[in-house]
Design a protein around this ligand. Sequence first.
Ligand SMILES: NC(=O)c1ccc[n+]([C@@H]2O[C@H](COP(=O)([O-])OP(=O)(O)OC[C@H]3O[C@@H](n4cnc5c(N)ncnc54)[C@H](O)[C@@H]3O)[C@@H](O)[C@H]2O)c1
Length: 318
Amino acid sequence: MRVLVTGGAGFVGSHLCDALLGEGHSVVCADNLLTGRTQNIAHLRNEPRFEFLQQDVCQPFDCGRVACIFHFASPASPVDYLKHGIETLRVGSLGSMNCLDLAKKYDAKFLLASTSECYGDPLEHPQKESYWGNVNPVGPRSVYDESKRFAEAVTMAYRRYHNVNTRIVRIFNTYGPRLQLNDGRVISNFMRQALTGEDLTVYGDGSQTRSFCYISDEVAGILALSKTDEHEPTNIGNPSEFTILECAQVVLEVTRSSSKIRHEPLPQDDPQQRCPDIGKAKRLLGWEPVIDLRTGLQKSLDYFRSAVHGSAPARRAI
Ligand SMILES: NC(=O)c1ccc[n+]([C@@H]2O[C@H](COP(=O)([O-])OP(=O)(O)OC[C@H]3O[C@@H](n4cnc5c(N)ncnc54)[C@H](O)[C@@H]3O)[C@@H](O)[C@H]2O)c1
């Protein structure tokens, strides 16, 4: 198949391009490089089945006939979406509609990369797909949360009104090689701090929990979902829950760092708990993550070590 990956020069998108090529498909990667990097796809430069299209998907575009569209374009880390708030809202709304128009035109399957942020600061734990969320629609994070909630709504609408063959994956915190070192996410921040001997910054008392999914598990779940006929949202993430303090401890052990832990005030609307219920994915896809946090961090260590050497200035972790 010839498939389109929007946001294919980003962290998740580039791994998805690799996996799709590995399955024998031809891949068109459309990306405007707002938060992505050509380095992430540099190894595909001489791959004849790979095309890179520098394209803002908020502008109508046509990459030719494709059988499947994976719509992953969007700033995703808190640092990026807070910096590019309007662009984030545009790509979730206009960008999603342009990609859905393309899916309609070519009768292509469409898979939306949505997020656990749709659940906001959840009142239900762990989060099942049936939970509608607890989102502040006007807070600073709403540019991302509401953009993705709109993207889900418009995806379902194209299915209902235009018969487009859609899928929605709700991705939970994912990490691994190519995660930007300075994107303000927990793992990248801790790894950078541990490897440079800085204190690890923990917001609040560190008792808030997160779950972390290694990238190969995440991509395997996304691909499995793309092959089913399930149209309602499906959580793909790792349900093993860690407090932020426990996570900092594992990072210190894996990196053998002597960094200390420093506490700072909690940012606004920081969720206290975030953990997927993956019962649906297990039943539907026979999928579940196989890489635990310690193993995933070990697999990522070489990448983070080399990234630290050419590192960009630190950004605030959320
Ligand atoms: N990484 C995670 O833990 C996570 C969690 C939940 C959801 N997601 C979703 O997965 C997708 C990828 O996230 P990521 O972590 O790889 O982020 P990323 O920032 O590394 O990748 C996003 C890519 O989208 C591109 N992009 C942004 N706006 C664009 C536009 N208008 N036109 C074309 N390209 C554009 C960026 O340049 C970048 O390459 C996002 O949709 C994100 O919401 C990721």
